[in-house]
Ligand binder design. Structure first.
Ligand SMILES: Cc1cc2nc3c(=O)[nH]c(=O)nc-3n(C[C@H](O)[C@H](O)[C@H](O)COP(=O)(O)OP(=O)(O)OC[C@H]3O[C@@H](n4cnc5c(N)ncnc54)[C@H](O)[C@@H]3O)c2cc1C
Length: 300
């Protein structure tokens, strides 16, 4: 029986587990991929004023994981498939067995992007990508597309524009939320086009060759060797759907202490409603949820 199980080892989960273990509680952090979450995909980080300039995603993962392990928490690699109540505590069912805990912190972030069109899975590794830092160099001098509307998609477009011949950002309209500075940078680069529309088909025999975009004015077919996908990233809560209060987008509703009322259950990071979707906020969230779990378990 663990005091606390943290589900998800991104910046929120690693930070939560550090706080819990440092308080002397038995804590295990479970992730289906290993430590890091989104961060394993990033080169130099942005909007992280507390970190030295040039800190990369893997640098931060190493530091957060070392801190957690030094605090005494354990890390397990397994996919959580179900979470259910067990008396006063919880059962966390994974593809590697069941674990029991008095409290659970959910820090599972958002799912990988998706286009939601037929045949897209067949292009994974053949032009469909989710990581500009990892795959961008493969498309040096070629035309690529970014599907997404938020500031991180715009940032990926800017990074791809350093290596690709031309980047077309296909977005769903309106100003790109929170990205005014990034829009200015993109415009100055001169090789990023912004297109309002929706990708409806991918084509190519030997890897991706073209993409069909549905627009108000009709359909356009653009040549492209890769699509970097940041659309349809939804909260990763399928293992607990039906037993959590979710907002309209599927984010977990939690109170100010990131507690789900009346239960020893907490939510931290991008998975919770109104999360700013930034690393610094995810770390702060993890620490807050960790402290709330410690306070609740030490008095119960
Ligand atoms: C393209 C892109 C670039 C970004 N760049 C920056 C940046 O430069 N600076 C910045 O501040 N923010 C950036 N962000 C935002 C930042 O990455 C997120 O806000 C942050 O990673 C959220 O942390 P998290 O711990 O909540 O979730 P995540 O980092 O998503 O971690 C969640 C973890 O939960 C695990 N998990 C999910 N479901 C299960 C399950 N069922 N069982 C077990 N494990 C599970 C996942 O494997 C993952 O490791 C970027 C985001 C994107 C998409």
């Amino acid at each position: 029986m663990w005091d606390v199980i943290v589900i998800g080892a991104g910046p929120a989960g690693l930070s939560a587990a550090s706080v819990v273990a440092r308080a002397g509680l038995a804590c295990m952090c479970i992730d289906r991929l290993g430590p890091g979450g989104q961060l394993i995909n990033f080169g130099p980080l942005h909007d992280t004023p507390d970190l030295p300039a040039g800190t990369t995603g893997p640098d931060l993962v190493a530091s957060l994981s070392d801190t957690m392990l030094e605090a005494g928490a354990e890390l397990a690699v397994a996919e959580v498939g179900a979470l259910r109540r067990d008396g006063e505590g919880w059962v966390v069912a994974t593809d590697d067995g069941e674990h029991r805990a008095r409290g659970v912190i959910i820090a599972t972030g958002l799912t990988q992007g998706a286009l939601g069109i037929d045949g897209e899975a067949g292009f994974e590794g053949r032009g469909l990508s989710f990581c500009a830092a990892c795959d961008g160099p493969l498309y040096a001098g070629q035309d690529v597309i970014v599907a997404g509307t938020d500031h991180w998609a715009m940032q990926e477009a800017i990074e791809l524009a350093q290596v690709a011949a031309r980047v077309t950002m296909v977005h769903s309209g309106g100003p790109v939320f929170g990205a005014h500075e990034r829009v200015a940078t993109a415009t100055a680069l001169g090789n990023i086009d912004m297109v309002e529309g929706r990708i409806v088909a991918l084509d190519g025999e030997d890897g991706l060759q073209s993409v069909t975009i549905a627009r108000d004015s009709g359909r356009d077919v653009l040549p492209a060797r890769a699509v970097f996908v940041y659309t349809q990233r939804i909260p990763a809560v399928s293992f607990a759907r039906g037993s959590l209060d979710l907002d309209g987008m599927g984010h977990i509703m939690a109170d100010e202490d990131l507690r789900l009322p009346g239960r020893t259950l907490f939510a931290a990071g991008d998975v919770r409603a109104r999360a700013p979707q930034r690393i610094a906020s995810a770390i702060a969230d993890g620490e807050r949820a960790g402290h709330a779990a410690v306070a609740e378990l030490k008095t119960s």
